[in-house]
Design a protein around this ligand. Structure first.
Ligand code: WTA
Length: 636
């Protein structure tokens, strides 16, 4: 018995203890009993956090799509694998069975092969939330190509950076996308990006919105005719356990995004195991995660985790507000959704709209509610519990990261008693540690510190694409022999964890991680700008909003500050995407700096949050006089 499915608290503690005392035995049993391997591993784990190097299931051979698709065909071939709900509620939903999904993935895999894509090649996927996005991901995995999904809200500049960073050969996109009442010209964005990407030789285009687009001769092809011609069987490529499965970019403390590399076997085992337990998934359930597959949540908990368990996973193309704020609940009712997983920002936005949007629908199918992406505030937690779960469905507040691949700290529903705003207990196999500023571990309960993980887990990212040194510096240098998460956390009297937020230069806005550096880089491109600093301040719906302090060159040309604000936000939209636009921009004579020239963000953060006293020690500033000027002109 491998304890794959934990059902009560006692069992959790038992399993957890085993996972810490005998991690290799623990993971080996799970891997052995629940997955298909072409060849068994020679060694379960090899690790060294100083290099850092982590290898799980070394020597094993597998294909993740065999585990997500083929093995289900015999027992649940006609079961719905992907339940697609389109943007427009009048368009029919699609129930794509395991058999159909298998055939479509195989066809797409054959198309990729005929385009010359081989094992190890990188393929960029820039698609809206349509079934082809899932097919494309799995098709890459089928043939051993490494997918790099770029969220379709990123700008052409951001897309080009990501395509070039990992040297993608091929891009899969669509003519456009639907987003509520709007359409977005995705192909136009790709065309613009590719002007800067000389190594992309082909572009496959899904027809989603029937728009007239330009097809570049020799480079661009419509996907459908190729799929129609393709054979629906493609022998899965035999992959090593540690072969890269995908790259997914996340923001960092420099302007360049970090291409986190996830490998095959450990990622599969961990996402499947966590999915099963966090959602207490059972065969007849209809599971829905509202994330976009462009983020890690969608990779792990719309595609790989659910499919590895043979689940039905809902994929929603639209937005919570279209055609009105009842859309989520209408979908829950329509498909009798049993597990619902969303982000605090969505919960807050929906809570603001009032309960009349909920009351029209029957939500009694729901059993488990999930939240992810940022700390959930107490009010939102209770609103979710009262109005959506009707106090019957446990809320799983799942803490994890792009880098961790799967959920790390979370209640197990019906086993772990929940506590509002607490992610509660570490998953089996996860060994958290809270660290003080001197680098020592803080033991005991009722303490807070910087959150680290002191032992490897199967789905941890193995490196940053093309820059292992940056991987080491970012995650393994702050605290010796530990993975540093970048988050602060506290541990309460019973050992429950509460994540308090980022302690680095990443700001989470509406659940999206935004690095301050790339935004500042974009602003500084403006000819009138001398310098800028971005900080976050609390916002009712987004969690954090962005406040920019900008100093101008003395050009005298830019007297109209409102136009300048628009131009700055336009630049950010072009270089990163609309998600990174600033909510407030204050023009200042200078920025507070230390004697070594570092901007004191701590002070700027307090001012933006409305604090005027208690700014902390300003005596070490090079230019303390600017602080008063900034406070006098702060934007409310
Ligand atoms: C934050 C998303 C509090 C955290 C899966 C983390 C959370 C960052 C939670 C990773 C949570 C995620 N409670 N904070 N339940 N979940 N975070 O890479 O700061 O997009 O480091 O991965 O989101 O964001 P990412």
């Amino acid at each position: 018995m491998s304890n794959y499915h934990i059902k009560n608290l006692e069992e959790y503690y038992q399993v957890y203890r085993k996972s810490v005392r005998f991690p290799e035995v623990f993971w080996e049993e799970i891997a052995e009993e629940h997955f298909q391997w072409y060849k068994r591993w020679d060694k379960v784990l090899e690790w060294d956090f100083t290099k850092p190097e982590v290898k799980w299931f070394q020597g094993a051979k597998l294909n993740i799509t065999e585990n997500c698709l083929d093995r289900h065909l015999r027992i649940r071939g006609d079961k719905t694998a992907i339940l697609f709900e389109p943007n427009n509620p009048d368009e029919p939903s699609q129930h794509i069975t395991y058999k159909q999904l298998h055939a479509r993935v195989n066809k797409m895999a054959n198309v990729l092969k005929s385009e010359g894509i081989q094992k190890g090649d990188r393929v960029c996927i820039y698609l809206p939330m349509i079934p082809e996005l899932a097919f494309a991901i799995l098709a890459c995995a089928r043939i051993g190509a490494i997918h790099s999904v770029v969220f379709a809200g990123f700008s052409s500049t951001a897309l080009a950076t990501r395509i070039n960073d990992c040297d993608c050969k091929l891009v899969i996109t669509s003519d456009g996308s639907y987003r509520g009442s709007k359409t977005i010209d995705l192909k136009g964005i790709v065309d613009e990006a590719l002007e800067k990407c000389p190594n992309v030789s082909s572009v496959l285009v899904v027809n989603r919105i029937d728009s007239k687009i330009e097809m570049k001769e020799g480079r661009d092809k419509w996907l459908q005719p190729l799929l129609d011609e393709a054979f629906d069987e493609c022998t899965p490529e035999v992959m090593d356990a540690e072969d890269p499965l995908f790259i997914l970019y996340t923001s960092g403390s420099t302007g360049k995004p970090k291409g986190m590399v996830h490998t095959t076997a450990g990622y599969m085992v961990y996402t499947a195991y966590t999915f099963k337990n966090i959602f207490q998934y059972r065969e007849q359930d209809i599971y829905w995660c509202t994330a976009d597959i462009g983020w890690i949540t969608g990779h792990s908990y719309i595609v790989y985790g659910p499919l590895a368990n043979g689940a039905t996973s809902v994929m929603f193309e639209g937005v919570p507000s279209y055609p009105d704020f009842g859309r989520f609940w209408e979908i829950v009712d329509k498909h009798k959704v049993t597990q619902f997983y969303t982000a605090p920002t969505a919960i807050r936005a929906l809570a603001k709209e009032g309960v009349e949007h909920i009351e029209k629908f029957d939500l009694s199918s729901l059993k488990v509610l999930g939240t992810v992406g940022e700390p959930i505030n107490e009010e939102a937690w209770h609103w979710y519990d009262d109005n959506i779960g009707k106090k019957k469905s446990p809320i799983v507040d799942t803490w994890w990261q792009t880098e961790t691949g799967g959920v790390m700290i979370s209640p197990i529903p019906f086993a772990t008693p929940t506590k509002p705003t607490y992610a509660t207990l570490p998953f089996p196999g996860i060994q958290p540690a809270l660290m003080d500023e001197n680098g020592s571990e803080i033991h005991g309960n009722q303490v807070d510190g910087r959150l680290c993980i002191k032992f490897p887990w199967p789905s941890m990212a193995r490196t940053i694409w093309g820059n292992h040194e940056r991987y080491r510096d970012t995650y393994f240098s702050a605290f010796q022999n530990k993975y540093f998460t970048g988050d602060g956390a506290l541990r309460d009297e019973v050992g429950y964890y509460r994540i308090t937020g980022r302690v680095d230069d990443v700001i989470i806005v509406s659940g999206h991680n935004l690095g301050t550096a790339p935004i500042e880089d974009a602003i500084n491109e403006h000819p009138a700008v001398a310098e800028s600093a971005i900080v976050g301040y609390p916002h009712d719906i987004k969690g954090n909003a962005l406040y920019g302090y900008v100093t101008l060159k003395e050009t005298g040309e830019y007297r109209n500050q409102d136009n300048l604000r628009k131009e700055i936000n336009q630049l950010i939209t072009e270089m990163i995407g609309p998600i990174a636009k600033l909510d407030k921009i204050q023009f200042t004579a200078g920025l507070p700096k230390t004697r070594s020239g570092k901007i004191m963000r701590r002070i700027l953060r307090k001012i933006a949050s409305g604090e005027t006293t208690n700014l902390g020690d300003t005596s070490t500033l090079l230019n303390p006089e600017v602080v008063q000027e900034i406070m006098d002109n702060v934007l409310k």
